[in-house]
Design a protein. Structure first.
Length: 107
């Protein structure tokens, strides 16, 4: 399952189930992480942050810091079940590790 959401004036917290991906236009790793998770049928929410970043980039970065405890400056910003994972390569590693220890279709 994949749901696309446009973040405009309100910040949107990560989902309690599956992956939440904060993306922006022109980001090659955003495309890669979305394609990867689609290819493995992982449930994900995709949040397009373009408008929000134009309006209030500093507030968005503060919001991400409050969620992750890390100053994040690159996209994509990926969470799994409300926990910060990282970008594309960290997400791929996370999925592979989780699926290696599970006999379920999705953990």
């Amino acid at each position: 399952m994949c749901i696309n959401i446009q973040m405009d004036k309100e910040t949107i917290k990560p989902e309690k189930k599956g992956y939440t991906i904060y993306t922006k236009s022109g980001c090659p790793n955003c495309v890669k992480v979305k394609n990867y998770l689609k290819s493995v049928n992982a449930p994900m929410i995709i949040i397009d942050c373009d408008d929000y970043l134009i309006e209030n980039k500093e507030e968005f970065l503060k919001f991400i810091y409050e969620l992750s405890g890390i100053t994040v400056k690159i996209f994509p910003i990926v969470f799994y079940e409300e926990k910060y994972i990282g970008g594309y390569s960290e997400t791929e590693k996370h999925y592979n590790m989780m699926s290696a220890f599970s006999n379920n279709d999705f953990f």
